[in-house]
Ligand binder design. Sequence first.
Ligand SMILES: [Zn+2]
Ligand SMILES: [Zn+2]
Ligand SMILES: [Zn+2]
Ligand SMILES: [Zn+2]
Length: 264
Amino acid sequence: MPILTYCDANGDFREYAFSDAKPILLRAPERGAARFAAGEGQPLAVITRAKVYQVPLVVNLSGDSRVRVNGRRVVGLRVLRQGSRLQVGDLEMTFWEMTLQIVAAGSTLVGRRCPVCRLSYSVGDEVVICPRCSLPHHKECWFEHEFCSNPGCLYPIRTTLKRVLAAHGVVIEQLAANSQLVTQSMRCAAGTPSVDARPFQAGQYVAYCPNRACGAAFHLECWVSMGNCPACRKYDVSKLLRSVFTPNTPPYLGEESAEPEDAA
Ligand SMILES: [Zn+2]
Ligand SMILES: [Zn+2]
Ligand SMILES: [Zn+2]
Ligand SMILES: [Zn+2]
């Protein structure tokens, strides 16, 4: 589900999770304490979704100059993106559209089944909770699909993933029939037994290794479940996804995950 993160008056890191079921009203915070949906007084702003493409937006209801996104005053409305810095009154928050969490011991997720693969969640699994319907999915079962598996929800996963990762230098695209990967019968190097025996096919979605010296192509479903890139061994996709989708995680710039080359 989408969350806002901020530091409270004591400087402690806080998370506020909300669902798309109802728009979230943001009021002027008092003495640094965030006041979200509840409370007295006129809201300064509201977070909602655009009818078209369901893009998250902040609407400045009050015209107050202290409603800002990434430091710029919001006149009317502004699109929120993963990691946008949102200011309402004196409070600075970070907006997270999708979040990736690791199932902890004692979590209510343990023993529940993923709606895609039907396997139960175990401690240590990486899980995404749908921003719209709150249904949890395994990381791979979420990111490799176009829409949320809940037929009543159909949250647009792929368009959101493409948009968010484009800001991190990741290209995700659907292969055309005249793409080189198809015409030259190239194969995905991930080594996933079920899909990688065949060369790339038109219509498949691919993601490229963000390491510019590499750029290897992978099926999107292989890429989202990858750790270190098997082609260059210098870019760890699981670390990238964690840094982009998990609040309070340092940014991942690639390279530092390089493993020492085997001695020749
Ligand atoms: Zn699953
Ligand atoms: Zn959903
Ligand atoms: Zn593959
Ligand atoms: Zn690579």
